[in-house]
Design a protein around this ligand. Structure first.
Ligand code: SAM
Length: 363
């Protein structure tokens, strides 16, 4: 496991140098080798089980003006919706009955849903036995605390880019420092934290991408979402090219090699650019899929980028197709909620590795 060993080196500047070399290298055999190692590391650290998490996109209102996102507040062409709390809970209940073990609640940064409203939704969904992941953006630490106390297990908040200037440019009125403070608050409150970034944002050089990966590792997230940027016509980045699929697959593989413990999804953004994206993600480091269980009448309006995958199929159809793919790949559907690996498990796997006969991995 040549690349895995290189990237596990404790010397940060050495790893950064390696990342720069690997990101600039466009030999297909290097990508194939990275993907092969990422698949082996995935199998050894998080196993063959694929976690299937159902995502409900419950509101497309947003107070922010992120330059890449179709939900940004200046997009007056978008028809906005909010799913009432009782309907959100009902959708979640049906998904749990179908077999989902985790419900992910995502929305624009929409303060219509108060601290108490979201806490109540979390409590009701937790009563079904499912794990709950929230992804509702930047909120005061007191909101995060109330939701954690209501039972929320995890929180997804990508930092999007590690470059403070690029961050400021893309997110008017806010800063990378605020984003990182939210991530710290979430960590201190005991959430399993998910973060990540986009690939191919305009202004993102190879050097920035290497720093994105290193920032991600330094946060030690339990989960990481890494997918290509896709331009949306009603945003300031409408004329910029989409992130590259091959580069996205490379960065996903590198993420697995840097964060062997993490739960990594095969992202919807990847599937939106490449019809085989989910399969390619799952065979190159990913161990999570997140079928969209938002009712189709709302789903088509959650247009963070155009031509999003999975806009039409019913939750049942998506769930069935997901299970089929997992079986086709010779993997299994996880029977547990897929929490983050415990500190003990992580340290024992690391310890074993220093005694590991790495040559055996190639047999
Ligand atoms: N409001 C919450 C937040 O900001 O974290 C959650 C919703 S936000 C729409 C979810 C994710 O969508 C963001 O973290 C971002 O990475 C992704 N996203 C938005 N616009 C995108 C685009 N044009 N291409 C790819 N991903 C995009």
């Amino acid at each position: 496991m040549r690349y895995y060993e290189l990237l596990q080196n404790p010397d940060q500047s050495f790893v950064k140098e390696q990342l720069n070399i690997l990101l600039a290298d466009d030999h297909p055999e290097v990508l194939e080798e990275l993907r092969r190692e990422a698949d082996q590391v995935r199998q050894r650290w998080v196993g063959d089980a694929v976690h299937v998490r159902g995502i409900i996109e419950f509101s497309n209102y947003c107070i922010r003006s992120c330059h890449y996102c179709g939900l940004n507040r200046s997009n007056t062409r978008l028809q906005r919706y909010r799913i009432p709390p009782e309907e959100i809970v009902e959708i979640a209940r049906e998904a749990v009955a179908m077999g989902f073990k985790t419900i992910v609640l995502q929305s624009g940064d929409d303060f219509y849903y108060t601290r108490e409203m979201i806490a109540d939704i979390v409590r009701e969904i937790k009563a079904t036995g499912a794990a709950v992941t929230l992804s509702v953006g930047e909120r005061p630490a007191e909101d995060y605390r109330a939701w954690r106390e209501a039972g929320a297990d995890r929180y997804l908040l990508k930092f999007e880019t590690s470059d403070p200037d690029l961050y400021k440019q893309l997110h008017p009125g806010t800063s990378l420092a605020i984003r990182l403070r939210c991530l710290r608050d979430l960590r201190e409150l005991g959430y399993q934290v998910g973060s990540g970034f986009m690939i191919g944002l305009p202004g993102q050089t190879g050097e920035v991408l290497a720093r994105d990966l290193l920032l991600l590792r330094s946060l030690e997230p339990e989960m990481a979402g890494i997918g290509p940027f896709i331009p949306h016509p009603a945003t300031p980045l409408s004329r910029d090219p989409a992130g590259d699929v091959t580069l996205s697959l490379k960065v996903l593989a590198l993420s697995r090699l840097l964060l062997p413990w993490a739960h990594l999804p095969a992202t919807t953004a990847l599937s939106s650019l490449e019809k085989d994206g989910r399969r390619l993600g799952l065979t190159g480091g990913a161990n999570v899929v997140m079928p969209n269980i938002t009712p189709p009448k709302y789903r088509r309006l959650y247009e963070i980028y155009p031509h999003k995958a999975e806009v039409k199929d019913s939750p049942h159809e998506l769930y069935r197709a997901t299970l089929e793919l997992i079986r086709e790949l010779g993997r299994e559907v996880a029977g547990d909620p897929g929490h983050g690996l415990s500190a003990e498990k992580r340290s024992s796997l690391y310890k074993e590795e220093s005694f590991y006969d790495r040559n055996q991995l190639y047999q």
